[in-house]
Design a protein around this ligand. Structure first.
Ligand code: UD1
Ligand code: UDP
Length: 370
């Protein structure tokens, strides 16, 4: 049983769902919690995947407690009906930790995809750091994207034989989304000439950045378009009212700043691939962009993904306006630096993580592969 509820979980779990469905010895079910609605449905229809169950829990302005309570009880009903041999949860969302706990209450084994990321600060990112730490305590199998993630789990006492080094499934999704000669359907993007001028893709949505952080980020965007007449910033704005309430008043109707609704994953991946630079507080985008040739500046003060920073494709820019402008300017002013960052290796995998996870599950259950 694969369970997920947000956009990034869907993008990262669907390649695994597809891989599991190819395995003869495994029957695969999918439960959506509906922690997100439009942004989740968009990914499901794009990849042509349907769910067996949908808890449909989303409420405007939902708190982590609202989400947790609704998933805990809603998923318990699904488990009562289906009794799967294993539940697969992803990463650090409230959907994941609540679904893991529901499974534990019914003595159902849990596999944790994207396990072992840590900042070491329980309040940052909030509440994700605690969600993923608690999920690790519950999980029976841990699928770690990188060696560092594996080491984090070992240091917390997880037994080595239960950890599999797999890479991140986000790179598996490119097999479905990244296309040469892709044509954007969004009218504002289809009008953009990516060969003239430089495109910066911007996203910001994290709870800890909401309010002042996102306001600072918007001011940095305004300053960068003022300083660099050849730069256009594209910002697909998250559906969260807490995000839109800050971004729309500050950035609407600005020259060379294009605000869009959340983009389909295919459009997003092809936009990143055509961008000169990416500014983001997103976890998934930090993992994707190094494979798409775009340097990334992370709009946060800490990271659970230091591998790409060490590899050179990603740098930390913080959440102060001046710091973001300075970090972006250093890349916009120095083509050699840009090109070095753009060609850095992606440490998060090779596009075959789902196969390794499916192999590990077959091994765990002693499923004979014909
Ligand atoms: C959650 C994840 C976070 C992830 C983010 C991805 C947790 C703890 N955090 O953030 O790790 O980066 O999703 O985007 O689970 N909304 C809509 N329509 C949608 C989606 C959301 O209206 O399609 C609204 C919701 O009503 C909600 C707000 O956006 O009020 C925020 O969504 P929520 O899932 O609560 O986001 P986070 O918990 O901040
Ligand atoms: N993404 C998307 N459309 C958008 C913005 C992001 O498809 O308008 C994709 C992005 O390419 C990545 C994932 O959503 O695969 C990241 O999700 P998000 O930033 O919401 O969450 P995080 O990764 O920070 O948890």
């Amino acid at each position: 049983m694969c369970v997920f509820g947000t956009r990034p979980e869907a993008i990262k779990m669907i390649p695994l769902v597809c891989e599991l469905e190819r395995r003869d010895g495994i029957t695969t079910l999918v439960t959506l919690t509906g922690q997100h609605r439009q942004m989740l449905d968009s990914v499901m229809s794009e990849f042509g995947v349907s769910a067996d169950y949908d808890l449909d829990i989303m409420k405007t302005g939902q708190s982590p407690t609202d989400i947790f309570a609704a998933v805990l009880t809603g998923f318990d009903r699904v488990l009562a009906e289906t009794s799967p041999d294993m539940v697969l949860v992803h990463g650090d969302t409230t959907t994941s930790v609540a679904a893991a706990l529901s499974s534990f209450h019914r003595h159902i084994r849990v596999g944790h995809v994207e396990a072992g990321l840590r900042t070491g600060d329980k309040y940052s990112p909030f509440p994700e750091e605690m969600n993923r730490t608690l999920t690790s305590r519950i999980a029976d199998l841990h699928f770690a994207p990188t060696e560092k993630n594996r080491q984090n789990l070992l240091a917390e006492g997880v037994r080595g034989e239960n950890i599999y080094l797999t890479g991140n499934t986000v790179l598996d999704a490119f097999a479905y989304t990244v296309k040469d000669g892709y044509a954007f359907t969004d009218p504002a993007l289809s009008r953009l000439d990516f060969t003239r001028g430089r495109i910066i893709t911007l996203t910001a949505h994290r709870r800890e950045n909401q309010g002042v952080g996102i306001e600072n980020i918007c001011r940095a965007a305004i300053e960068l378009t003022r300083r660099y007449p050849d730069v256009t910033i594209v910002y697909p704005v998250h559906m969260s009212p807490a995000v839109r309430g800050t971004v729309m008043p500050l950035l609407s109707d600005r020259e060379r700043i294009i605000l869009t609704d959340p983009l389909p994953a295919t459009a997003m991946h092809n936009l990143i691939a055509r961008s000169y630079l990416v500014l983001t507080d997103s976890g998934g985008i930090q993992e994707e962009a190094p494979s798409l040739g775009a340097p990334v500046l992370v709009l946060r003060t800490e990271t659970e993904r230091p591998e790409a920073v060490e590899a050179g494709g990603v740098a930390m820019a913080g959440i102060n306006t001046d710091g973001i402008v300075a970090a972006a300017s250093s890349i916009l002013d120095d083509k050699a630096l840009h090109d070095r960052m753009a060609s850095a290796k992606n440490p998060y995998g090779d596009g075959h993580a789902s196969e390794r996870i499916a192999d590990a599950i077959e091994k765990y259950f002693g499923i004979e592969v014909k």
